[in-house]
Design a protein around this ligand. Structure first.
Ligand SMILES: Nc1ncnc2c1ncn2[C@@H]1O[C@H](COP(=O)(O)OP(=O)(O)OP(=O)(O)O)[C@@H](O)[C@H]1O
Ligand SMILES: Nc1nc2c(c(=O)[nH]1)N=C(CO)CN2
Length: 165
């Protein structure tokens, strides 16, 4: 790892349009930055929507990247990739072509107007935790094994590996 580089975990979700293609493109776009190197990609999972209005199932995946970007610069890069997929913010937790969240940035703990790390809702979301645990069975979030958190998450039933339509 480059001196000063940090490992970040990013969670991607899509439930509008050609979600499988969107996720593949987004992973490539996230990695297509001189300050970002892709380390690992989880399986794609199909998940029931958590919160928000009645909406289609999601496809979700998690990646880990090694990055030289500062946390807010990584957030800006994630949002640029969301915007490239015509992400429109209408309803909270509403359907979207692409969502990219920063789940962890090394061990950084941070909370300001635009960025909270670790992501404040990740520890209860199977759609983040289960693919993360499959990608990295030893992963830990704020001191607790991610696999243990996934097993307790209310949205775990209904989550399945996406094999393609
Ligand atoms: N760790 C984080 N990753 C991504 N965005 C974050 C994070 N912490 C705070 N934010 C802020 O949250 C704002 C709203 O993000 P977004 O619209 O993606 O929320 P959401 O995906 O609908 O809901 P949720 O935050 O529950 O996943 C962003 O504009 C960003 O500034
Ligand atoms: N299954 C699922 N549900 C969600 C998702 C998501 O990615 N997958 N994202 C949300 C807001 O980030 C709200 N609800």
């Amino acid at each position: 790892m480059n001196a000063g580089a940090v490992t970040a975990v990013l969670a991607l979700g899509s439930n509008l349009g050609e979600s499988r293609d969107t996720l593949s493109d987004a992973v490539a776009q996230l990695a297509d930055h001189p300050g970002v190197r892709l380390q690992a990609v989880s399986p794609v999972v199909r998940t029931r929507p958590v919160g928000g209005p009645d909406q289609p199932d999601y496809l979700n995946l998690v990646i880990s990247v090694e990055t030289d970007l500062a946390p807010h610069d990584l957030l800006a890069h994630c949002q640029a990739v969301e915007n490239a997929h015509h992400r429109v913010r209408e309803v909270r937790w509403g359907p979207r072509t692409l969502d990219v969240d920063i789940i962890t940035y090394g061990d950084t703990v941070l909370d300001d107007e635009t960025l909270t790390l670790p992501h404040p809702r990740a520890s209860t979301r199977a759609f983040v935790l289960q693919p993360w645990a499959w990608m990295d069975p030893g992963a830990v979030l704020s001191g607790t094994p991610v696999a243990e958190l996934a097993a307790k998450a209310e949205d775990l039933p209904g989550l399945e590996i996406f094999e393609g339509d």
